[in-house]
Every structure is written in C-alpha cells, then in structure tokens.
Design a protein around this ligand. Structure first.
Ligand SMILES: Nc1ncnc2c1ncn2[C@@H]1O[C@H](COP(=O)(O)OS(=O)(=O)O)[C@@H](OP(=O)(O)O)[C@H]1O
Ligand SMILES: Nc1ncnc2c1ncn2[C@@H]1O[C@H](COP(=O)(O)OP(=O)(O)O)[C@@H](O)[C@H]1O
Length: 295
C-alpha cells in the first residue's frame, strides 16, 4: 500500500508567515488614511506591500490602496537617484564581484496573492516508476483546487535547459543541480514546484534540499521494483539497455540510490497498484497537513 513516511498526521502547521494583526499595523507601514494594511510576519517577512486583495476589501479603494503601497516604495527609494550608495560585492563560485539585489516584493507577498506556500516536491525514482504521471496528476489536482504548480520534468528539461548534458555521472549531477536551482526559484515565486527526474544520487538530491528553507523540500520516492518498471517500459528503453544498445541505463548498468528518509513514499508493486490520482492525493494530504495550501 502506498504510504506517507512518518505518517503521524499530527504535524504542526508551519509557523512561518505569521500574520501581523491587520488592525494594529506597525507605524512604519501605517499610511493611506486609516486603511487596513498588513505585512507577512515571521523572521523572513519584511515586505511593506499591501495585500492587493485584502486592501481592496478593507477600503473599497482599490486604486488608492495599491497606490499607497507603491508610494511607500518610491518614498524609500527617493534620494537614491545618483546618490552615493556603497554595495558590497563578493565571489560566488566562479562569479566574481557580484552582489545580491533585494526586491521589496518578497516571497511572502507572492504567497499571499496565491494563497499557498511555495515549495518543491521532488519526485525521484527509476525510469518507468511513474514520476511524470504522478507529477501531472498532482499538478492537475492542485489546479482543481485553485493552486498554482509547475512541473519540471527531467525529460522535458533535457529538451532545452539541460540539452548539453548526457547521462554520465557528472552530467546527471549537473542536471540535478540545475533543476534544483530552478525549482528553488519557482518556490521563491510562491509556486508549488514539482520536479520529477530520476535523480539517482542521494548526495545531489540532498544538496537540492539544502537550497531551501527547512520543510520546503518534500522528497517523494517512487518505490517501484525494477521488475515492474521494466515490464511497463513505455519507451522500450529497458529492452534496449538489456540488449546492450543503451549503456549506463539506471537500474540496469547504472546506479540508483533510494532515499533513506524521504517525506513521502509512494509504493507500487505487482500486488499493490494505486491510480495516479490516488497517489497524487497522498501528496496533497501531506501539503494540506503541513499548511502549504494556504498562505
Ligand atoms: N541512460 C539512461 N538512464 C536513464 N534514463 C535515460 C537514459 N537514457 C535516456 N534516458 C531517458 O531520460 C530520462 C531520464 O532523465 P532524467 O533527467 O530524469 O535523468 S537523471 O536525473 O539525470 O538521471 C528517462 O525518462 P523517465 O523514464 O521519465 O525517467 C529516460 O526516458
Ligand atoms: N500509478 C500507476 N499505475 C499503473 N501504471 C502507471 C502508474 N503510473 C504510471 N504508470 C505507467 O507507467 C509507465 C511509466 O510512467 P511514467 O510516468 O512515464 O514514469 P517515469 O516518469 O518515472 O519514467 C507509463 O506507461 C504509465 O502509464
């Protein structure tokens, strides 16, 4: 039977994004003739933007509400034009003399707009284990609930972003790293990003996990025996690999390191077979319990 790892279902909701009471806005953001303003709370939340929808609801002055938010942005920028401002630069990897440019619209603002929390659902497993199918079923189920998701499929990314990468170990590692970085950007955009790629190496998957705040990387292991994947073989690749016509095929003559502690395990076997929709629901339940389906 498919199972959610650590399935106690007593997880406390994330404590991030604690909302400041809108009726007592901090003086620093109080403006706009008594309009109710609110900011995202929590350690990482510092934005001064009015939630467009809430501000509209509170004041009935949509144009002015947004205008007030924008004014405060311009106010804070005033004086910078041509002014002297020292920016610290540093080195990251091979990039020298670079700086991080912070934007006043932050992740929590986007999450509030979308009424969800950005995160990465990382689906890993053998070829034919059902990663792409579950990814799409999940995206569909989220769409039906009005939640914004985006699927980063390994195969699809190899049509563009990763077209220069082969299946040798270092290229697979780079494939995972790039998709991890892109997934991180999607999560920062407030999107529920679904990455589905074999990602056979534990170390690289863990490195992607480390790119995100605690809890925001949700690893889903498609626990399907090689034999079942091989029987499915929708692209005929196992057959070619067994015939020696594809070298270094995962599970045949290339390694796959199963997760040791993934958040969710979706198990399939010859005896246990759940529909993609049922498997997707398991992930949805996890997201609901963890508070990712609200801002
Ligand atoms: N040698 C080898 N090993 C494994 N898979 C191969 C190989 N060559 C081509 N393919 C096809 O490429 C898809 C896997 O791409 P990924 O980007 O997910 O792989 S990886 O994460 O870099 O290991 C994989 O798609 P899925 O079946 O959807 O997993 C295969 O269709
Ligand atoms: N839950 C499922 N039950 C039965 N067959 C499935 C299920 N999920 C996927 N499949 C089938 O298995 C094959 C491989 O699925 P796919 O999503 O392409 O796997 P992957 O992306 O891991 O290579 C496809 O033919 C698909 O229809």
């Amino acid at each position: 039977m498919a199972a959610v790892a650590n399935q106690t279902f007593s997880f406390s909701k994330l404590s991030r994004s604690i909302r400041v009471n809108p009726l007592t806005p901090p003086a620093a953001i109080q403006s706009g003739g008594g309009r109710k303003l609110e900011v995202c709370g929590g350690a990482a939340a510092r934005s001064r933007f009015v939630s467009p929808i809430r501000a509209m609801e509170a004041s009935g002055e949509a144009k002015h509400a947004n205008g007030a938010a924008n004014r405060s942005l311009f106010d804070s920028a005033a004086g910078d034009c041509g002014g002297k401002k020292t920016v610290e630069v540093g080195t990251v990897g091979s990039s020298t003399n670079i700086a991080w440019h912070k934007c006043s619209v932050e992740k929590c603002d986007r999450e509030e707009m979308l009424n969800q929390k950005g995160c990465v659902i990382w689906i890993t497993g053998l070829s034919g284990s059902g990663k792409s199918t579950v990814a799409c079923a999940l995206s569909h189920a989220l769409y039906a609930r009005g939640k914004l998701s985006y699927v980063l499929d390994g195969d699809n990314c190899r049509h563009g972003l990763n077209r220069d990468l082969s299946f040798k170990a270092e290229d697979r590692s780079e494939n995972i790293r790039r998709i991890g970085e892109v997934a991180k950007l999607f999560a920062d955009a407030g999107v529920i990003c679904i990455a589905s790629l074999i990602s056979p190496f534990r170390k690289e998957r863990d490195a992607c996990r480390d790119l995100l705040p605690e809890g925001d990387f949700i690893e889903v292991y498609m626990d399907v025996p090689l034999q079942v994947c091989e029987t499915r073989d929708p692209k005929g690749l196992y057959k070619l690999a067994r015939a020696g016509k594809i070298k270094g095929f995962t599970g045949v003559d290339d390694p796959y390191e199963p997760p040791l502690n993934s958040e969710i395990v979706l198990q399939q076997s010859e005896e246990i077979c759940h529909s993609p929709a049922v498997l997707a629901e398991q992930v949805i339940s996890y997201l609901e319990i963890k508070g990712y389906l609200e801002s």
